[in-house]
Ligand binder design. Structure first.
Ligand code: HEC
Ligand code: HEC
Ligand code: HEC
Ligand code: HEC
Ligand code: HEC
Ligand code: HEC
Ligand code: HEC
Length: 234
């Protein structure tokens, strides 16, 4: 058991070292994936409890995974922002089991299921979440909301995006409720993106998570002035 574990870590360490920008001398032993780049103890927030050296499993003892919570989740939000921006390999902390379970290394349980061929899409989505102010990133930066707040455990959304839209509504309300809240702020209350002759349409018709949002109305009403949050990288 112990040997297998160390072998796995050594392989992952070698792979990561080859790809990630990591200053300093290579590690003497395949101790943990973390201390290759920094002393985790001194990277932790001030007054943080002392942590015994180890991989991500040492953290989840006190920060258990909550892959579909709608609550702010600052531990993984900070870990992903820091490491994704620095180009750290996902394999430092994650693995994919043959049955498609996306996991944390040495931590029981699954964060969601994934076809290995789709991993590139998840990685790209993580990069936009961590670096760009499109809507997914806005939710991350302003509220430490992770992927699961919008996606639950469905890492690749289904075609009709039912799960996603149900999550938007759970936090923001229906079109009618958003409309009621926003009406007084609109330039022209008769031109309301959340209440129109199109009826109760899905949020994601206009609001994108990882790309520029655009009000669908503008496809026909080219004269409307209808700015939307998350329409461009600012
Ligand atoms: C390939 C290099 C690399 C590896 C491997 C790595 N980190 Fe980091 N880590 C960074 C960089 C770069 C930063 C951002 C700059 C900084 O704060 O030091 C960072 C930041 C952090 C932070 C501070 C986050 C914040 O918001 O304050 C923590 C905590 C951390 N890492 C823990 C870990 C843990 C735990 C592991 C192993 C599971 C790990 N790191 C593996 C490079 C790495
Ligand atoms: C003994 C329990 C314990 C362990 C183990 C532990 N933490 Fe923490 N951590 C805490 C507590 C308590 C807090 C403060 C309350 C909170 O945010 O959960 C905290 C907060 C944090 C925060 C700040 C979250 C915020 O609110 O901004 C980061 C980042 C963090 N821990 C990283 C780590 C990393 C990385 C590891 C593994 C190397 C780790 N922790 C292991 C107990 C622990
Ligand atoms: C330093 C460790 C670390 C690195 C590096 C890391 N992750 Fe994670 N990841 C975690 C932890 C811890 C969780 C569990 C968070 C939770 O559910 O509370 C997690 C959860 C996730 C989830 C589940 C979504 C959710 O809302 O919790 C996805 C998707 C994910 N990671 C993708 C990635 C991708 C893609 C990369 C590489 C670009 C990556 N991670 C790199 C530690 C890491
Ligand atoms: C504010 C809600 C929100 C958050 C947070 C969010 N997403 Fe998304 N995501 C969306 C929406 C909406 C779509 C569908 C439209 C689009 O592609 O932007 C989407 C689409 C996707 C897709 C499909 C893109 C493609 O390749 O076609 C993936 C994969 C994805 N998200 C993964 C993630 C991951 C991983 C995270 C966390 C790092 C995350 N999302 C965080 C809202 C969110
Ligand atoms: C877990 C709750 C939650 C979920 C799920 C969620 N949001 Fe949000 N959203 C928030 C919060 C909280 C803010 C306010 C952030 C702030 O300004 O402090 C916000 C902000 C916004 C904004 C304003 C952004 C800005 O830049 O001003 C838009 C638009 C939005 N959400 C749309 C959506 C859509 C569309 C979805 C579904 C894909 C969604 N949200 C999912 C909680 C959520
Ligand atoms: C037809 C396009 C369209 C659809 C569909 C749509 N929105 Fe919007 N949404 C917009 C536009 C445009 C704005 C910017 C309004 C403004 O501030 O002038 C906006 C703004 C918002 C805001 C920001 C409010 C604030 O306080 O600034 C939230 C939250 C939001 N929408 C949630 C939703 C939710 C939830 C749904 C689905 C139930 C939805 N939207 C459906 C176009 C749309
Ligand atoms: C598929 C094309 C199409 C889309 C998309 C569309 N409309 Fe229309 N809309 C029309 C047509 C056609 C009329 C009736 C002819 C006219 O008066 O321009 C109309 C009429 C209107 C009118 C009354 C006339 C006016 O110009 O003041 C309003 C207000 C309006 N639409 C708002 C919206 C809003 C808000 C959206 C987005 C939620 C939207 N429309 C999306 C085609 C569209």
């Amino acid at each position: 058991m112990r040997d297998t574990r160390f072998h796995l870590l050594a392989v992952l360490a070698a792979v990561s070292l080859g790809l990630a920008a990591c200053a300093g001398a290579p590690p003497k032993a395949p101790s943990t994936g973390c201390n290759r780049c920094h002393n985790v103890a001194t990277t932790l927030p001030p007054k943080h409890p002392t942590v015994v050296e180890g991989g991500i499993a040492a953290c989840v003892a006190c920060h258990p995974p909550k892959p579909d919570t709608i609550e702010p989740n600052p531990f993984p939000a900070r870990m992903h922002r820091a490491h994704t921006r620095a180009g750290v390999e996902c394999a430092t902390c994650h693995g994919l089991r043959p049955d498609g379970s996306f996991i944390l290394l040495e931590v029981p349980g699954s964060l969601g299921t994934l076809d290995v061929a789709d991993f590139g899409r998840v990685k790209k989505a993580m990069e936009t979440w961590a670096t760009f102010p499109f809507l997914a990133g806005t939710h991350g930066v302003k509220r430490n909301l992770m992927c699961g707040a919008c996606h639950a455990r469905q890492l690749i959304p289904e075609d009709n995006e039912t799960t996603l839209n149900a999550r938007c509504v759970a936090c923001h309300g229906t079109n009618a409720q958003v409309s009621a809240k926003l009406k007084s702020r609109l330039a022209n209350p008769h031109i309301d993106p959340h209440e129109s002759h199109l009826g109760d349409i899905a949020c994601t018709v206009c609001h994108q998570g990882h790309a520029a949002s655009q009000a669908y109305c503008l496809g026909c009403h080219t004269n409307f002035v209808m700015p939307i949050p998350g329409r461009a990288k600012s």
